[in-house]
Design a binder for this molecule. Structure first.
Ligand code: NAP
Length: 320
């Protein structure tokens, strides 16, 4: 079948290990289903995989792609929850042995992907395959950060770092829907202007002094914005961190954490039931994920280069 996969790791030149070519069809274990992929969105995760982060060489070659919308064996339209976890966990994201598609099991940039039957949901009504394919990683992560982990209440102020990213744009749109005052930062003037058009109340250059302190920060940028995230919080405020694109080990600034009694809360992906609640929220509000570009899956190299360069506002979706 047609696939897009990592053949080797290159920390400083991620696209060097990318191959677009044929691989064997998936083997489908008992209790799993074969999904014909129609759309798969690109996540920074795919760039990390090509850099060799979060995966070991013995798993190569690895088909990329965490997200999929497509058709099941009966031809029914479906959406895939991409967290593969022990069914014994109510909160799948808390299973220490969990993985995302493309970490242990082959990913979604392919004609077919095999997934546990319990990870298959009906395609949300009124959603295109491309729109649905944005939900399982970036949008679900943003939903859990805001709805489950932030402690925010309607009327509170939230700062979203790195306005253009897939998770960040989802945080802006969902934060606005949930009744928060949404502020963003971006290094890029054009992205700041775009953030205002998708629901941000205010947009500031990265690291800028804010007019007042915020109740919570949604952090996916990491080292480049961490210091600003801690400084931006009101006493007792909370930073929710789900990613660290620019580096995982900034100074911890412990004095600020204890003196201001801040909370640092991690967040990862989301549960199947959070995915259903996200779909309900988008459905009742008539909201759809922000798609920057739709490209054929054969153009995966172009899409991955764009994401690696941080040159995107919203999601890039690959279609078959
Ligand atoms: N824990 C989880 O379950 C989970 C789920 C999804 C994503 N993640 C992680 O979260 C991160 C974001 O993912 P994504 O798919 O949303 O990525 P993305 O779409 O590639 O987001 C990139 C954004 O990060 C900002 N950025 C990158 N480098 C920066 C730097 N040096 N300084 C300031 N800003 C920088 C940019 O913002 P501006 O250009 O606007 O400044 C850019 O728009 C990734 O590291 C990903 O692995 C984790």
């Amino acid at each position: 079948m047609f696939t897009v996969y990592a053949d080797s790791f290159h920390p400083d030149d991620p696209l060097a290990g990318l191959v677009i070519g044929e691989r064997p069809d998936p083997v489908v274990p008992p209790g799993w289903q074969l999904i014909r992929v129609r759309a798969a969105s690109v996540n920074h995760h795919d760039v990390w995989t090509l850099r060799g982060v979060g995966i070991t060489a013995d798993r190569l070659p690895m088909i990329l792609g965490c997200d999929a919308a497509g058709e099941d064996d009966n031809g029914d339209p479906v959406l895939v929850h991409s967290v593969i976890a022990d069914p014994g966990y109510d909160d799948e994201s808390m299973d220490p042995g969990r993985s995302l598609l493309s970490e242990v099991y082959q990913g979604t940039f392919a004609d077919y992907v095999a997934v546990p039957a319990r990870n298959v949901l009906p395609l949300p009504q009124g959603f295109s395959f491309a729109e649905a394919a944005c939900l399982p990683t970036a949008w679900l992560t943003a939903y859990r950060m805001l709805a489950t982990r932030s402690g925010l209440r309607p009327g509170d102020t939230v700062l979203v770092q790195g306005a253009g990213g897939g998770v960040a744009t989802a945080c802006v749109i969902l934060g606005r829907l949930m009744g928060f005052e949404v502020w963003v930062t971006s290094r890029d003037e054009d992205k700041r202007a775009k953030a205002l058009t998708i629901g941000a109340h205010a947009a500031y250059p990265s690291g800028a002094r804010l007019p007042e302190r915020v109740d919570a920060v949604m952090e996916t940028v990491g080292a480049a914005t961490w210091d600003h995230s801690l400084k931006a919080l009101r006493p007792g405020g909370r930073v929710v961190v789900s990613g660290a694109t620019s580096g995982t080990n900034p100074p911890a600034d412990l004095a600020r954490v204890f003196f201001k009694q801040l909370e640092v809360v991690g967040s990862t992906m989301g549960t199947r039931s959070e995915l259903s609640r996200l779909v309900s929220l988008l459905t009742v509000s008539g909201t759809r994920p922000l798609i920057a570009r739709e490209l054929p899956m054969s153009a995966a190299a172009e899409a991955l280069a764009t994401v690696a360069a941080g040159d995107v506002f919203g999601k890039i979706v690959l279609t078959r």
